[in-house]
Structures are given as structure tokens and as C-alpha cells.
Design a protein around this ligand. Structure first.
Ligand code: DGL
Length: 189
């Protein structure tokens, strides 16, 4: 049986790529909810509805485990999915913990890029409350990046203006680490 990978769009392929390298003998099924991408600017209720529908579809295909290769879908729906289905369901969360360890050792701050919804959700807030003891983590929503990615826009001239605008208020010398808290973002690493 295959291992299912699910994302709103092409972001999760960045993760699938790593999984293929680590588990070359496994078969994978990749499901992108391209009809409803982006998730990050929708309401929580809308995202949950889309995720539940997509997962029902995926599980008709017989998979032995499911990776929710999307930080946004994980923050909204992972608990409900895990209590509904009895296969292993693996979720994503922004890698704030290793970033804090790294930045603390340099006496610097951490910047977390993710979707609006991920950063607003209780799951992220709980994570940060638990691990950010010295309050060195700052969030920055970059929802447009998901759309650029889905449009296969990797034009650096346009993107550098976008990043400069978004980062305007930040003194980057203060930061040691940036967390790419959305699976669409590693394409812009
Ligand atoms: N790739 C998804 C994530 O990791 C979200 C993208 C979206 O907004 O649909 O958060």
C-alpha cells in the first residue's frame, strides 16, 4: 500500500521529494487540492471542510499512512483527522524549536514565515508559548508567496521587491534564523 501525501497545492511536493530520498522502496500518492488552494487566507471552517473532503477522497485509494504536508491544514484539522481515522497521520508544524536553539546560541532572534491562518491558530500559539521562553520569535505572514508558487512565479525581480516590502519594518541584523513554516516556501529558500 502507498503512503499518501496531501497539500492544498504543490507545496507538499518539497516534502514528498525528501520522503522519496529517505524511503526509496515505498510507493507514494500525492494529492493536491488545487481547486481550493490557497488555504491560508480562508476561514478555519472552510479549510477544515476542504481538508476533510480531500482526505475522504485519498483514503478511498487505500493508503497505509497519510502525511498532511501542509502546515495550515495540520493546524486546523489534524486532531479531527486523527480521531476519525485509524491509520498513522503525520502533520507539519513550523520548525521553531531548532530555530530558537540556533538563534539563541548566536544571541539573535527568529523570524517565522507562514500563512496567516497557521500563525493565528491555537496550535502555533501553544507551540510558541511552550518553547519561546525569551520571546525571541516574531511571526510574518506571507500568504502571497503561496499564490506566486502556484502560478510558478519564480521571477526574482518581482520577488525581491515583494520580500523587501514585507521585510521593511524588520532590522535583519537582529535575526539569526528564518523558519519556512509553509511547505510552499522552501521553493524560495
Ligand atoms: N502549503 C501550505 C502550508 O504548508 C499552505 C498553503 C495554502 O495557503 O494553501 O501551510
Amino acid at each position: 500500500m502507498r503512503i499518501g501525501f496531501f497539500d492544498s497545492g504543490i507545496g507538499g511536493i518539497s516534502l514528498l521529494n525528501e520522503a522519496i530520498k529517505h524511503f526509496p522502496k515505498e510507493d507514494f500518492l500525492y494529492y493536491a487540492d488545487t481547486r481550493n488552494v490557497p488555504y491560508g487566507t480562508r476561514t478555519k471552517e472552510e479549510v477544515n471542510k476542504h481538508v476533510q473532503t480531500a482526505v475522504e477522497d485519498i483514503l478511498k485509494q487505500e493508503v497505509k499512512a497519510l502525511v498532511i504536508a501542509c502546515n495550515t491544514a495540520t493546524s486546523i484539522s489534524i486532531n479531527e483527522l486523527r480521531s476519525t481515522y485509524d491509520i498513522p497521520i503525520i502533520g507539519m508544524e513550523p520548525a521553531a524549536k531548532p530555530a530558537i536553539e540556533l538563534s539563541s546560541s548566536m544571541d539573535k532572534r527568529v523570524l517565522v514565515f507562514a500563512t496567516d491562518l497557521t500563525l493565528k491558530e491555537l496550535k502555533y500559539k501553544k507551540l510558541i508559548t511552550r518553547i519561546d521562553k525569551d520571546s525571541i520569535v516574531d511571526p510574518l505572514p506571507l500568504p502571497e508567496l503561496v499564490e506566486f508558487c502556484e502560478d510558478l512565479n519564480f521571477n526574482w525581480d518581482k520577488l525581491s521587491t515583494y520580500f523587501r516590502t514585507k521585510l521593511e519594518g524588520f532590522d535583519l541584523n537582529q535575526y539569526g534564523t528564518v523558519v519556512l513554516g509553509c511547505t510552499h516556501f522552501p521553493y524560495y529558500k
